[in-house]
Design a protein around this ligand. Structure first.
Ligand SMILES: [Zn+2]
Length: 458
């Protein structure tokens, strides 16, 4: 079973074949008994490589909507094929009373939870609620243990999810040296560690790729812009997809492919109050990303190529974020949201393909929090959601209506407090099964990265 799984993921672009195979399961010779497959997937010990995929705002509803649209409800995405799955709770805590839960987290507090193993209040980047202590991150621990590290996103590199791994500031808004209004104590001129951009560079993360060029183009307290600081620290700066081919292992890479967030993959009309487009469903416009920006899958493949080692000793820790699932959900834009989920799934497939040949790799695929979109029945004059809706003509031709109801028209939609899926394969993957908490991910990663295996153990 495991071999068949591995062979399946090794076939690039086989989404539809996987879909057909999965639909036929239970109809043909496969009786659906997965006992042996699950048993074979249980592996303790340590991992030579770890890839953590975070779909920002990718709750069960967002996954289901993308699956329905792209491969149909009986199909399976790459992220559906990991052998071990559980759920985790994502709540944050109150800034003044950390004993008190805040049921709806943001990406900063949730990221701090999985990156450090500690709950914090919304807005904080790997610092504790109230007393503002720096919390050690899994990337810092991995570096200390000799692992190479990478941090990839479709958002600004200084956005919350990539930031939590290699920065400690009181507020997520302190992204560049000119953005320090809410973190005066963190300024370098005040004896602090500096903005998120400066800290990403000072941490010496081997591979950094995403958007946010403008944050690194700001003047630091010491005088030069942050980009000059990066060059002095040995980084190769790349600002277009075509430049990636020149990036070679052995030199740090800072890829900044957009001034702000990177361009989304698909476009379409935003959701509107009923009747919206219920009678004329929209078809998403795919392939809208400009060629000078790499896809998340391309960045993931390049990051792995730069980080993977061939000799003995530790491998790498890589975080890959599909950031704009969340941002398009905020915008009540179903095509944008689904396109980003599919792009994220393609990046997951790159990771799974790598793991096929490198079984000592722990892969975790999860989200940081739930979000707004809900799949609802066909709205009618007599019966329809009060929020915003949009109906899509899925690739199968069947209509699917998404509803966005966590805020008013013309206002950004909000996160929700639901538990979200976590799936894994490789060493330590068994620990995602059941209902765990987001902070447990730190402990899973910590154990997986505890004692690097020798090459001969593979
Ligand atoms: Zn968000």
């Amino acid at each position: 079973m495991n071999d068949r799984f591995a062979a399946g993921v090794a076939t690039v672009g086989c989404l539809l074949l996987v879909a057909v195979a999965m639909r036929n399961r239970g109809v043909g010779g496969d009786d659906g008994d997965r006992t042996e497959a699950v048993r074979a997937a249980l592996r303790g010990g340590t991992a030579r490589n770890v890839i953590l995929f975070i779909g920002d705002g990718m709750g069960d509803s967002e996954i289901t909507a993308a699956r329905n649209y792209a491969v149909g409800p009986g199909g399976r995405l790459a992220l559906d094929t990991l052998p071990l799955t559980g759920a985790y709770t994502t709540y944050s805590v109150d800034e003044r009373n950390p004993e008190l839960p805040d049921f709806v987290t943001d990406s900063a507090a949730s990221g701090t939870a999985w990156a450090t193993g500690h709950k914090t209040s919304n807005g904080r980047i790997s610092t504790s609620p109230g007393d503002d202590r720096d919390l050690p991150t899994i990337l810092e621990l991995a570096q200390r243990r000799g692992y190479r590290t990478g941090n990839v996103t479709t958002a600004e590199l200084t956005d919350a999810t990539p930031a939590v791994l290699a920065a400690h500031v009181a507020n997520r808004s302190c992204q560049g040296p000119a953005d320090m209004e809410r973190c005066p104590q963190d300024r370098k001129s005040a004896g602090g560690p500096g903005s998120i951009a400066e800290q990403l560079i000072d941490h010496g993360v081997d591979v950094l790729m995403g958007g946010g060029y403008a944050r690194f183009d700001q003047t630091t307290d010491a005088g030069p812009i942050a980009l000059q600081q990066a060059i002095a620290a040995g980084y190769r700066i790349v600002t277009a997809a075509s430049g990636l081919e020149y990036a070679q292992p052995g030199r740090r890479l800072l890829g900044l492919f957009a001034p702000g967030n990177m361009t989304i993959e698909w476009r379409g009309d935003e959701a509107l109050p009923y009747p919206s487009n219920v009678r004329t469903p929209q078809v998403c416009k795919e392939d809208q990303r400009p060629v000078n920006e790499p896809s998340l899958a391309e960045m993931t493949a390049k990051a792995i190529a730069l980080l993977a080692t061939t000799g003995d000793g530790p491998g790498f820790f890589l975080q890959v974020e599909g950031a704009s699932i969340d941002k398009q959900d905020h915008a009540a834009n179903p095509c944008g949201q689904i396109g980003e989920t599919i792009a994220f799934d393609r990046a997951v497939r790159i990771g799974l393909d790598f793991a096929t040949d490198h079984r000592d790799t722990l892969i975790i695929v999860t989200a940081d929090h739930g979000h707004t979109s809900q799949i609802v029945g066909t709205p009618t004059d007599a019966d329809h959601p009060t929020g915003l809706i949009s109906t899509l003509r899925t690739r199968s031709g069947a209509p699917m209506t998404l509803s966005y109801g966590t805020n008013r028209f013309h206002r950004a939609q909000d996160h929700t407090g639901t538990q979200v899926r976590i799936a894994a394969q490789g060493p330590q993957a068994a620990n995602v099964v059941g209902v765990i908490d987001q902070t447990d991910v730190f402990r899973i990663l910590d154990r997986a990265l505890a004692t690097p295996r020798r090459r001969s153990d593979q």
